[in-house]
Design a protein around this ligand. Structure first.
Ligand code: DHB
Length: 523
């Protein structure tokens, strides 16, 4: 008898265990579960209703990340207009805190981007899985606090804010299974969009006006959300999570320094940096809080220089295959040396950034590689500009031959920590390795989806990249912006003078762009 009841107890315990693991969460938004929080913006106090830690899928894999925070200006509940918007017409600002393709918590009202990647002092790359060489820059990212966070800015200007957390490349469950490899993080953000739409009547804001925002890997996520709306490629993943049955497309994209087109970014990087044979080791080795000297310049080996030359030679073939067009419909191309009107087009963007800075009153007369005439920016010495910027990464910059780059870890599987994702690096690998599945590589590259049948690509895009950001190639940004324009999208693209790898530095301008576009639609 005793033995029997022990047996029953054991079965019950097992069942509880199983149930706990596969607990199903309600997808219904509970309007009554909120707290009132306050923040100060430009000397004024604001009150918001905070709906925090909402699990946005029925069958989450990691509730530490698959959750969302929603903030609504309290004035909207008292029938007040803010910036011309009501609780129903307000657009939804959807910022993510993804950095380094790591797991990211949802952003909070007063905490900014709460990702483990971005916390200064702890070291983004230092959080990586064993064997990973941290390769991230310790440079400012996220909000430029002097002008307040993007979330405060949004709420003060009558936007609803919804920020979702997302799984990332280093995440493992208690059994050691990797749970955040591609495309997990993107699927999570899509699931959060589905949740907002599914609860349309109960969550304030216009679900046709969702505007994503992110920086770096988060900028790439923002772009991917914009490019891949409702694509069937992601549906099985959404279904497995028990995502709400609703559309996942968005209205507009804000992306700062997106690290994207990963499967071609190595050759784009060498097109730009070939010939720069030193790199900044401090940026590479970083940043676990106890790394060595702040500045240390290292030399590329002869083999790395050879790899650089080979990768550079692959870029024109790729670029020419894209059939990109300038505003006059002329094809942008490169010759085998990497010269041609595409390069001129990139140069024009840097010149335009210089001119904008001059117009803002900056003195650029001491910039040796910039050609000025009568106080106007005319041209640049591209090679001198790139040398002055300096190289951050060794070739191949993204699909590292030793599998040590963050992107190698992004393309792991549930049981393999890091893989290659280009044929070049697989062919030249320095370690025992395997190749990521093509459908996964595809799902992480917005270029395969922009304006393509089966994906509802956002119409409005705001893309910024700093002129001294050496995390990826300028070519990557120009390619994305041009492809979007060529496929009929409205793109506000600019290089930001003297900006390193960071985001949200021009919030006034960003929100003016949003206001103009949303109000045009609301008329
Ligand atoms: C980030 C930066 C990188 O250089 C990179 O390769 C991937 C991500 C980032 O800052 O998110």
């Amino acid at each position: 008898m005793r033995r029997f009841s022990l047996f029953v107890l054991l079965i019950c315990a097992m069942q509880i265990g199983i149930l706990a693991q596969s607990r199903s969460y309600s997808l219904k938004f509970d309007e009554s579960k909120y707290t009132i929080q306050t923040f100060t913006f430009e000397g004024k106090d604001y009150k918001v209703r905070s709906f925090e830690n909402i699990i946005y899928v029925a069958n989450p894999i990691d509730t530490a990340y698959q959750k969302m925070n929603i903030y609504v200006p309290e004035d909207f509940y008292h029938d007040k207009l803010i910036n011309g918007f009501t609780r129903e017409t307000a657009a939804i600002f959807f910022p993510n805190a993804v950095g380094g393709y790591m797991p990211a918590q949802p952003m909070t009202l007063n905490g900014g981007r709460g990702n483990i990647f971005g916390q200064r002092g702890r070291g983004p790359g230092g959080q990586g899985p064993t064997g990973e060489r941290p390769r991230m820059p310790q440079q400012p990212r996220g909000a430029d606090m002097q002008q307040g966070s993007a979330i405060h800015y949004a709420l003060a200007h009558g936007y609803i804010v919804a920020s979702a957390g997302a799984r990332g490349r280093s995440l493992q469950n208690s059994e050691g299974v990797y749970t955040g490899k591609a495309p997990a993080g993107l699927v999570d953000l899509k699931a959060a969009i589905c949740y907002l739409r599914y609860n349309n009547r109960h969550i304030p804001g216009n679900k046709d006006h969702i505007i994503s925002n992110g920086t770096s890997a988060g900028g790439a996520m923002s772009m991917l959300l914009g490019a891949t709306g409702n694509s069937s490629d992601y549906k099985p993943y959404l279904q497995e999570l028990g995502a709400a049955d609703a559309d996942d497309n968005i209205y507009a994209v804000s992306a700062y320094c997106p690290i994207t087109d990963l499967d071609h970014a190595d050759c784009a990087y060498e097109w730009q940096f070939n010939g720069v044979n030193t790199f900044n080791a401090a940026m590479m080795e970083m940043l676990d809080g106890n790394s060595g000297p702040a500045e240390m310049t290292n030399q590329l080996t002869e083999y790395q220089q050879e790899i650089s030359a080979q990768l550079k030679s692959l870029f024109p073939v790729y670029l020419n295959s894209l059939d990109l067009r300038d505003e006059h419909g002329r094809q942008l191309t490169l010759d085998t040396q990497g010269n041609g009107n595409f390069k001129d087009y990139v140069i024009q963007q840097v010149v335009a950034a210089a001119q904008t800075a001059i117009n803002q009153g900056k003195d650029l007369s001491k910039t040796p590689w910039l050609v000025l005439k009568g106080g106007r920016a005319m041209d640049i010495d591209f090679d001198a500009y790139v040398r002055a910027m300096g190289r951050m990464k060794t070739p191949p910059a993204f699909d590292a031959l030793d599998l040590a780059a963050p992107e190698n870890h992004l393309f792991g599987t549930s049981s393999i920590n890091a893989q290659h994702f280009t044929k070049f690096s697989l062919d030249h690998t320095a370690v025992k390795s395997s190749m990521a599945a093509w459908d996964i590589i595809k799902m992480m590259n917005p270029l395969y989806y922009i304006g393509v049948d089966g994906s509802d690509t956002a119409h409005y895009w705001h893309i910024r990249y700093g002129t001294i950001d050496n995390n990826t190639s300028l070519a990557v940004e120009v390619i994305l912006a041009t492809r979007l324009r060529n496929r009929g999208r409205e793109v506000d693209f600019a290089l930001a003078w003297d900006r390193p790898h960071m985001g949200d530095y021009d919030l006034k301008e960003l929100f003016k762009w949003m206001d103009d576009m949303v109000k045009r639609q609301n008329q």
